[in-house]
Design a protein around this ligand. Structure first.
Ligand SMILES: Nc1c(NC[C@H](O)[C@H](O)[C@H](O)CO)[nH]c(=O)[nH]c1=O
Ligand SMILES: CC(=O)[C@@H](O)COP(=O)(O)O
Length: 161
């Protein structure tokens, strides 16, 4: 049976090796998302690597590349967190970026049975983005990290029943 869950100060301890891939298309938003994700991972006792890419479309291939590289080095990642912000512009490119990045992340997670938290904001304007990125407000970066760890705990539990 899986070891009893250890919850300290309201945070479920989850020892893990986590890959965080952040898109830096909007630096101020990315900073807040990363701040929240790191705080949640640290509170859970998880180790993590942070890698930056230009935009949301680069997140899925970067995860695939680095997950394979880590496994080849016999240091596989237990979970992944994707962080980014896509703000609608004048053209249909918003649909491409949002839908393709989300679809690719879901496909990656399922195909590889890799716990993955999707913290890519898809919003209409900067105000909506800031409200969701800020740790003191909606903390979507922290939520994405927490979601990845929650699925990891389930995966470990399933492996031990
Ligand atoms: N408009 C946004 C983008 N667009 C860039 C793409 O993600 C990608 O980097 C480019 O098409 C080159 O492959 N990316 C975001 O993360 N956020 C946006 O609002
Ligand atoms: C979501 C985007 O790619 C966005 O920056 C594109 O803006 P636009 O549609 O005005 O070119």
């Amino acid at each position: 049976m899986a070891e009893p869950q250890r919850r300290v100060g309201g945070v479920e301890k989850t020892p893990a090796r986590v890959l965080v891939v952040e898109a830096r298309f909007y630096d101020a938003i990315a900073d807040e998302l990363l701040k929240g994700a790191k705080a949640r991972l640290e509170a859970a006792g998880a180790a993590f690597d942070v890698v930056s890419v230009p935009g949301a479309l680069e997140i899925p291939p970067t995860i695939a590349i680095l997950a394979d590289a880590a496994s080849a080095c016999h240091q596989p990642y237990d979970a992944v967190v994707a962080l980014g912000c896509v703000i609608r512009g004048e053209t249909t490119h918003y649909e491409i970026v949002t839908e393709q990045s989300a679809r690719a992340l879901m496909d990656l997670s399922i195909a590889r049975k890799l716990p993955l938290g999707n913290g890519i904001l898809t919003v209409e304007n900067e105000a909506q983005a800031l409200a969701r990125a800020r740790v003191a407000e909606m903390d979507k970066g922290g939520d994405a990290a927490a979601a990845a760890l929650a699925v990891l705990r389930l995966k470990r539990w399933a492996g031990c029943v």
